[in-house]
Design a protein around this ligand. Structure first.
Ligand code: PLP
Length: 423
């Protein structure tokens, strides 16, 4: 598409945007001068949907009026509270309702999944991950290897970009899987890398991992609600994610997990069990021996934390109304326009490290500053932009399709251009 660098053009794109109405469903942080910030940080903490307050108020009212009876008589009975989210997430992760469960937090779920799906033997004990993975993933994976009596330095294989490159080459990931094939117990990568914004070919990675006899799981923190996902069809063994980034459920919101149907009834899988994963038909018979319910729900430990799940309802309603295909189209439209405007700017101050190919990125564009990245970031914030900065030198920008506009993208680039000019 041939773009134009004017505000009028950006506004025209917004007028033609059928998802533009969803912007009005969110609260935008406001500057001291009364103007809303240009918010490009939905990859870190999604904005608050306006419907959240009523949903939380509803739970407070039910608790006040009904006490313990709210478990069965509430407007959304707490006993089965988590179930509706599995249904609402099916199109977002590409799984069946009983392959999906909302529970705990991301890193907790990653551990629970590895308890079941990282089952090392003396010959096959290695885990393959990205060298540039989010720190929590490194800690979780290393500590699992250590827990099983292996030295993480030996047991954890970290795939790195080639010298002088910022992102991983797909062929290098596949080659590493093949090279270590006989020793690999688990392949565990992110869906979208948090730092570079690179979207991996999850289908091909799953196939490569299975071909060498490893299980395959993904941390979808930056992919869920962002990139198109077909976890069931791709045959992914497990996945975990959080709901406070693109899915707008608020700070520290309850996380999610996917377990492929092929494992739904496997009684041999070791797991750390709790009463909420027990077959609901007989849960209250309180029998001594654990009998997991079928599917992902069988990994639940505790009853639903209603107040940290409630905010997810309003956001998922909006996602289901908008639909992932339309959101993906707009996401690519926004980042395409952002990249066009960035390319129009005088070069030299930063470089785009996110892959240019639409198939290899989500809603995020990462700029690597050539010098004084922190200073540039601070100046952007002073001038009304909320984005984020990751040491040592990367500014991450995420125009998200549910509430950002083409005008936001234009305004950001206008502020960036003026900030660079005044330097
Ligand atoms: C955001 C993020 C996390 C955060 O983990 P929590 O357990 O939710 O605190 C972990 N991994 C990745 C890849 C992330 O992007």
């Amino acid at each position: 598409m041939s773009h134009e660098p004017t505000l009028e053009y950006a506004q025209k794109l917004d007028q033609e945007d059928r998802l533009a109405k969803f912007r009005g469903e969110f609260h935008f942080p406001v500057q001291d001068n009364g103007e809303p910030f240009v918010y490009l940080c939905g990859n870190s903490l999604g904005l608050q949907p306006k419907g959240v307050r009523a949903d939380i108020d509803g739970e407070l009212e039910d608790w006040a009026k009904l006490g313990v009876e709210g478990h069965f008589d509430g407007r959304d009975p707490w006993y089965s509270y988590h179930e509706k989210f599995s249904r609402m997430l099916t199109d977002i992760v590409g799984g069946r309702p009983d392959e999906i469960v909302v529970m705990n937090s991301l890193t907790t779920n990653l551990h629970l999944m590895m308890v079941s799906f990282y089952r090392p033997t003396e010959e096959r004990y290695k885990i393959l991950m990205e060298g540039g993975a989010f720190p929590s993933d490194h800690y979780a994976v290393d500590s699992q290897a250590d827990f099983h009596g292996f030295d993480p330095k030996d047991a954890v294989i970290k795939v790195e970009p080639r010298d002088g490159e910022e992102t991983l080459r797909h062929e290098d990931i596949l080659e590493a899987i093949e090279e270590h094939g006989d020793e690999l117990a688990l392949v565990m990568l992110g869906g979208v890398n948090y730092y570079t914004g690179q979207l991996f070919d999850l289908e091909a990675i799953t196939e490569a991992g299975h071909t060498v006899g490893a299980t395959v799981g993904f941390d979808l923190a930056h992919a869920v609600g962002n990139a198109p996902l077909k976890l069931h069809e791709w045959g992914v063994d497990f996945a975990v994610w959080c709901h406070y980034k693109y899915l707008n459920a608020g700070p520290g919101a309850t996380g999610g997990a996917f377990v492929h149907d092929r494992w739904a009834e496997d009684a041999e899988l070791p797991r750390f069990a709790g009463w909420w994963g027990y077959d609901p038909e007989t849960r209250f018979e309180m029998l001594p021996e654990f009998k997991p319910m079928r599917g992902a729900g069988g990994w639940q430990l505790s009853n639903a934390p209603v107040f940290s799940m409630a905010p997810l309802k309003a956001s998922l309603k909006l996602f289901n109304e908008a639909g992932m295909p339309a959101l993906r189209r707009k996401s690519l439209g926004l980042t395409d326009y952002l990249l066009y405007l960035i390319d129009e700017m005088p070069s030299g101050s930063f470089e785009v490290i996110t892959p240019r190919a639409p198939k290899r990125r989500g809603s995020q564009v990462s700029l690597k500053a050539t010098r004084d990245g922190r200073k540039l970031f601070d100046a952007l914030q002073e001038n009304g932009v909320i984005c984020d900065y990751r040491e040592p030198d990367v500014i991450r920008l995420a125009p998200v399709p549910l509430y950002n506009s083409y005008e936001d993208v234009w305004k950001f680039c206008d502020i960036l251009r003026r900030t660079l000019a005044s330097d």
